[in-house]
Design a protein around this ligand. Sequence first.
Ligand code: ADP
Ligand code: MG
Length: 155
Amino acid sequence: MTTRSPEETAAVAESLGRQLQGGEVLALIGDLGAGKTCFVQGLAVGLEIPDEAYVRSPTFSLIEEYDGRLPVYHLDLYRLSEEDELEAIGWRDCLDGESVVAVEWADQLRGYLPNRYIEIRLSIRSPEERELKFVAYGDPPVWWEGWRTTLLRKD
Ligand code: ADP
Ligand code: MG
């Protein structure tokens, strides 16, 4: 789908955030400025994270934890230099089946993604337009088709 403002991207993310039941891994892929952090800020609203406005890319720490209606890990792997660092930040512990894991620059994870995850690709189409592509790998979550259908109806 295409969004035409940061608010619209955040609103799509919020609607996704409201569906999440815990254990989902969201792999965000897109260039700098594509809207990955904007998307996570919208997710934070849907996940009822207090002070969702303060969600920022953990570019230097690589990982940040939030408590919403579900526990949330927000990772930004832009500066990931070696795979050992994934271990150091506790990547495997994030995959606890209860937490929502949102990963910016998830292309850095390559073989470290679980079998089930949701890929979200963001592409810059113009200064204000972003193309969002969603793909569920492995078994899609039970709410997946219903959510996609409502989303496409709005697009
Ligand atoms: P990333 O985390 O992918 O580097 P950010 O979310 O930090 O990207 O930044 C996205 C930038 O693009 C913000 O400055 C935002 O205002 C701008 N922007 C413009 N149009 C859109 C849109 N449709 N969706 C998301 N962001 C947009
Ligand atoms: Mg970012």
